[in-house]
Design a protein around this ligand. Structure first.
Ligand code: SF4
Ligand code: SF4
Length: 322
C-alpha cells in the first residue's frame, strides 16, 4: 500500500497525535503580516524571528523537494495544580520538555510512514526549524486564529502543541480551517498587560507587553510599568487561553479541553516556593529545571520573575492591623 492521507491520519493517531491535517508546500499566506509584525518591533528581543524571515517564506529551505506538509496537534490540557505561594508555570511547561517528547514521536511517525513509501524523505520540526507553524497548521485544517492569536480548534480549544512533518511525498491536502470569535473579547479584556492590540485590521500580539515573552524570553530588567501585571506568573501565562470559551468543557462538547493522556506532559517536578525560587543556587536551578522547557527562562530570568511575584503578593496582601 502506498502512502495516503488516511494512512497518515491512522499512524499519527497511533502515536498519540490528537490532530492531523495535510497541506501543500506553498509559501505561508501570513508572510506579509509576519513581516509587518516584526517591522513594528512586536517580536521584542527575539532577534532570531527577524533573522529567519526569508527562510520562513520558503519551506523548501527546510526540506528540499518538499511536496506536502503534515501538521499535527498534541493536547497538553490539564488541571492547574494549586500553586499559591509557589512558582506558577504555564500548562505547556508543567511536564517534560515537549520538544523532546514530540520529537521522538515525530521520528517514529516518519519511520512508520516510510514503510509505505521508501522513496519519500521526511523532516520533522517542533519549534526547531524556520517555519510559520501556526499558519501551515491553519491551512492544513487544524484550527483558526483567535483574537488571542492562538490557533483554536473548534472542538478541542487551543491547549495543544503544533508539530510539523515535511515530506517529499505528494499527499491529498485537507481544507483550511474556518472559524471565528464572533463578538467575544474575553481574552482582550482579561490580558493584564494589554498585549493584544488591534492594528491593520487584525488582532496582534505585542510580545513586548506579553507576560509569556517577559517571563521566558526577555533578558534583563522588566519595565517597571509591567511588573505588577506579571501577578503570580513565574514562567509563561495561560490567561488568554483560560478565559477562552473554546477551552471550557461543555456537557454537549466533551472533547473541548479534554485532559491530555500523555503522562510526560503532566506536572511532575518538585514543588518550589517563591522564596526558594528567588534564592536558587545555580546547582539547585540546574537540578530543578532538568529536562524541562522552563530552562529557556535561564536561572537569572526565573529568579527575577519570582522576586516580582513576591513583590506582587505584597502589593495585593491586605494590610495587617494589630
Ligand atoms: S499570554 Fe498573558 S500576557 Fe500574553 S497576551 Fe495572553 S493574557 Fe496577555
Ligand atoms: S477568548 Fe473569545 S475573543 Fe479570545 S480567542 Fe477565545 S473566543 Fe476569541
Amino acid at each position: 500500500m502506498g502512502l495516503t492521507r488516511d494512512l497518515v491520519q491512522k499512524r499519527s493517531a497511533e502515536l498519540g497525535f490528537d490532530l492531523c491535517g495535510i497541506t501543500n508546500a506553498d509559501p505561508p499566506a501570513s508572510m506579509d503580516a509576519y513581516r509587518q509584525w516584526v517591522g513594528k518591533g512586536f517580536h521584542g528581543g527575539m532577534d532570531y524571528l527577524a533573522r529567519s524571515i526569508d527562510l520562513r517564506a520558503d519551506v523548501q529551505s527546510v526540506l528540499p523537494g518538499v511536496q506536502s506538509i503534515i501538521a499535527l496537534g498534541m493536547n497538553y490540557a490539564q488541571e492547574r495544580p494549586d500553586t499559591s505561594g509557589e512558582v506558577k508555570i504555564a500548562r505547556y511547561a508543567l511536564g517534560k520538555d515537549y520538544h523532546k517528547v514530540i520529537r521522538k514521536r515525530l521520528k517514529r511517525l516518519a519511520e512508520r510512514l516510510a514503510e509505505s513509501d521508501p522513496d519519500a524523505h521526511f523532516r520533522g520540526a517542533v519549534d526547531s526549524a524556520p517555519l510559520l507553524e501556526r499558519d501551515l497548521a491553519q491551512r492544513a485544517g487544524l484550527g483558526w486564529f483567535g483574537k488571542n492569536t492562538c490557533l483554536i480548534n473548534s472542538h478541542r480549544g487551543s491547549f495543544f502543541f503544533i508539530a510539523i512533518l515535511l515530506t517529499t511525498a505528494r499527499l491529498e491536502p485537507d481544507r483550511p480551517a474556518v472559524g471565528g470569535c464572533g463578538s467575544c473579547r474575553a481574552c482582550i479584556d482579561a490580558c493584564p498587560t494589554g498585549a493584544l492590540v488591534f492594528e491593520e485590521g487584525r488582532w496582534q500580539l505585542d510580545a513586548r507587553r506579553c507576560i509569556s515573552y517577559l517571563t521566558i524570553e526577555h533578558r534583563g530588567e522588566i519595565d517597571p510599568s509591567l511588573q505588577a501585571g506579571l501577578g503570580e506568573w513565574t514562567f509563561g501565562c495561560d490567561i488568554c487561553q483560560d478565559v477562552c470559551p473554546f477551552n471550557q468543557s461543555r456537557p454537549q462538547q466533551p472533547l473541548r479541553a479534554a485532559l491530555t493522556p500523555i503522562q510526560e506532559f503532566r506536572a511532575h517536578r518538585a514543588r518550589l516556593s517563591l522564596q526558594e525560587a528567588a534564592q536558587l543556587s545555580p546547582e539547585a536551578w540546574d537540578a530543578w529545571s532538568q529536562g524541562s522547557a522552563v530552562r529557556r527562562a535561564t536561572q537569572a530570568g526565573f529568579q527575577r520573575n519570582a522576586i516580582h511575584n513576591l513583590e506582587n503578593q505584597d502589593r495585593t496582601s491586605p494590610p495587617e492591623f494589630g
